[in-house]
Design a binder for this molecule. Structure first.
Ligand code: HEM
Length: 522
């Protein structure tokens, strides 16, 4: 009762200081026509907070949508006990459920841009496990444009708006891609009908990079993660997408939010592909190359569980804008591989989040571990609102080691068999590049209508590019498949003869098969 007297009824508007607000319509002025007074705390709190309402949008994947759910595992990896490959607790027991948050996103557009752009979609999952959080930050397409993290700012700059006109310019995009043969596989996916997912429910998810699993004996395997939507994959043609975005820029978030509100909970089957942990000289591609898929006939999909999404956010800003996921966030039993993209990404995510959200971003409710305890000596910094103390801990001790009841390290009991690494420091490219064989395999498995769509989409954008860029892109397409090259060339009023004069790119390594195709060009 006493409280009620102090602040009015439960819904009385107050300032952040707990002062009830008696008039929210007029600022304080001398007389009804002003001037306004400067000591007006209520007005100042409201307007200055408004002035700071936004944080920087994500540098990529700015538009996205979060919801929550759980992963229920089978306790197995395919037909074998999960423990054979990993000691990560979340996978061990049949029926075990781990709560999760997932954020779907587009990549290139800003925070309010269209959700039906031709663009990869983010598929980033935060598992709140009992061993702490595990983030699996993936996309809806199985491969990526580049294989070395140092090229990420370049590929993104080429895809983002021009620094002067602020328009996304095909000539800039294909200028970069034409000099980046490893992007051909991703482009072949992106410009196929799969390039515009109908919404977030009807798309696949892939970890893309190569990770490791570690078992209780410290033995490791290489792993790729996959999610398949139980409601199937659905995509839009460019014309369908144009109609959708003419009416609504947020169609995918709307679809997801409304399905969950209706109780139609979307589900995905989760699979892994597994490979022995070495460099596999028998393959003509490198298992650490994220521009390659692992053919399923050689590395079958092994079922591990089902992900169900069943709860919407309560506040977009707190849960969507402030959620922070990154590839460095792994739990015991899961590990990094030496995939150069993965290692580079792992630095980038937490770096950008310290800038974008703030030093103490991990104290925010959506980012805190929900099923594991946190006890650290990290303290202070902007917007810190608690110490990560353990129950009964001496609060004066914020260092380690201490003999006065501070936090202590806990040596790991299970072995981790760290690999021995020897080599000269270098700056070089993976040797087995083979940039055309997998896009060729993809092109060959496409149905006729899919090829038509690919050629149409590619030809339309290339038609807006300068001649030198067109020629080099066509040169790559001819190396992928004669039919691919000829059909896109046809849309540009060109033939193989127009690209015959081009030499391989500087430092480009061609396979024997590529050389043969080059010789027979035209
Ligand atoms: C977001 C960097 C490659 C998937 C981001 C963000 C950065 C970044 C800085 C913004 C994060 C934030 O503000 O919270 C990089 C770098 C890459 C790379 C440096 C390459 C070296 C990839 C790849 C994938 C991917 C290959 C797909 C497997 C995502 C997703 C998000 C994201 C899904 C959005 C996460 C969310 O919803 O909050 N990336 N990225 N990125 N990236 Fe990457």
């Amino acid at each position: 009762m006493a409280d009620k007297k102090k602040t009015g009824s439960a819904t009385t508007l107050t300032t952040r200081q707990g002062h009830p607000i008696t008039n929210n319509q007029s600022q304080r002025t001398v007389g009804s026509r002003g001037p306004a007074t400067l000591e007006n705390y209520q007005f100042l709190e409201k307007i200055t907070h408004f002035d700071r309402e936004r944080i920087p949008e994500r540098v990529v994947h700015a538009r996205g949508f979060v919801c929550y759910g759980e992963l229920e595992v089978t306790g197995k990896i395919g037909d074998e006990p999960a423990s054979k490959y990993t000691r990560a607790k979340l996978f061990q027991t049949a029926g075990k459920k781990t709560p999760l948050a997932i954020r779907f996103s587009t990549v290139i557009g800003g925070r309010d841009s269209s959700e039906v752009a031709r663009d990869p979609r983010g598929f980033a999952v935060k598992f709140y496990t009992e061993d702490g959080n595990w983030d699996l930050v993936g996309n809806n397409l199985a491969v990526f444009f580049i294989r070395d993290a140092i090229k990420f700012p370049d590929v993104i700059h080429s895809l983002k708006p021009d620094p002067i006109t602020f328009r996304q310019e095909p000539n800039r995009i294909f200028d970069f891609m034409s000099q980046t043969p490893e992007s051909m596989h991703m482009l072949t996916h992106l410009f196929s009908p799969r390039g515009i997912p109908a919404n977030y429910r009807h798309m696949e998810g892939f970890g893309v990079n190569t990770y490791k699993m570690v078992n209780a004996q410290g033995q490791t395997v290489l792993v790729k993660y996959h999610f398949h939507p139980r409601c199937g994959v659905a995509s839009l043609t460019a014309e369908e997408a144009a109609k959708v975005q003419g009416q609504d820029l947020g169609s995918a978030s709307k679809d997801l939010f409304e399905a969950i509100e209706r109780g139609e909970y979307p589900q995905w089957d989760m699979y892994v592909q597994i490979m022995e942990d070495h460099d596999h000289p028998e393959l003509d591609w490198d298992p650490l190359d994220d521009t390659k898929v692992w053919p399923e006939k050689d590395f079958p999909l092994r079922h591990v569980g089902v992900m169900t999404l069943n709860r919407n956010v309560e506040d977009f800003f707190n849960e969507n804008e402030q959620i922070a996921m990154g590839t460095g966030v792994l739990v015991d039993g899961l590990d990094f591989s030496d995939d150069k993209m993965l290692v580079g990404r792992t630095f980038s995510y937490s770096d950008t989040q310290r800038y974008r959200v703030g030093t103490n971003y991990l104290q925010l409710p959506v980012n805190q571990p929900k099923n594991a305890r946190v006890a650290t000596n990290l303290s202070g910094g902007s917007m810190s609102y608690q110490r990560d103390l353990a129950p009964g801990q001496n609060p004066h001790v914020n260092f380690e080691p201490s003999i006065h009841n501070g936090l202590r390290e806990e040596p790991r009991e299970e072995p981790n068999n760290p690999p021995e690494i020897r080599g000269r420091l270098t700056r070089s490219v993976l040797e087995r590049r083979n940039d055309y064989a997998q896009p060729r395999a993809r092109y060959c498995t496409m149905m006729e209508w899919e090829r038509d769509d690919l050629v149409q989409n590619m030809g339309t954008l290339l038609g807006q590019c300068e001649r030198d860029v067109q020629e080099r892109m066509l040169w790559h397409f001819f190396l992928i498949h004669d039919d691919y090259g000829s059909r896109v060339a046809g849309m540009l009023g060109m033939t193989a003869d127009d690209v015959k004069h081009l030499q391989p790119l500087p430092k480009q390594v061609l396979t024997d098969d590529d050389q043969k195709r080059l010789k027979n060009l035209g």
